[in-house]
Design a binder for this molecule. Structure first.
Ligand code: SF4
Ligand code: SF4
Length: 119
């Protein structure tokens, strides 16, 4: 008898699931999404590469002049992040002195090729 009651109760309630991807779940403010680098403000200090918990950031040659704290510096390298090796721990973002590397507040795709570099 209790099963029938449960069945009728469920018939009258809204579904608990959503029709993804037609319906989207709101993304929380501190969501750790896809990794990204703002090349214009990266000073090439390598801190992100040193703290990365899975060693998915390598510093590659990219010499150019950059402005940092009212000084003009010559940057030698910039980070190249392996997109699908990144576990989105946020350590690089926390240690970057300029905010150049960060986790986007948006959903990202997935992949199996661990050599793909984040754009
Ligand atoms: S968020 Fe990704 S790239 Fe940054 S430290 Fe963590 S694993 Fe490395
Ligand atoms: S920590 Fe920030 S400024 Fe330094 S190399 Fe990484 S992205 Fe560039």
């Amino acid at each position: 008898m209790s099963v029938l009651v449960e069945m009728f109760r469920n018939l009258l309630t809204m579904p608990s699931t959503i029709l993804y991807p037609g319906e989207r779940v709101p993304i929380p403010d501190k969501f750790r999404g896809r990794i990204a680098v703002s090349d214009e403000i990266c000073i090439g200090c390598s801190k992100c590469s040193l703290v990365c918990s899975v060693q998915c950031i390598s510093m590659v040659d990219s010499p150019r002049e950059i402005r940092f704290k009212d000084k003009i510096l010559l940057r030698k390298k910039k980070p190249a992040v392996k997109l699908f090796k990144c576990i989105r721990c946020g350590l690089c973002e926390r240690h970057c002195p300029t905010g150049a590397i960060y986790l986007k507040n948006e959903l990202s795709d997935s992949g199996t090729d661990k050599e793909v570099i984040a754009a």
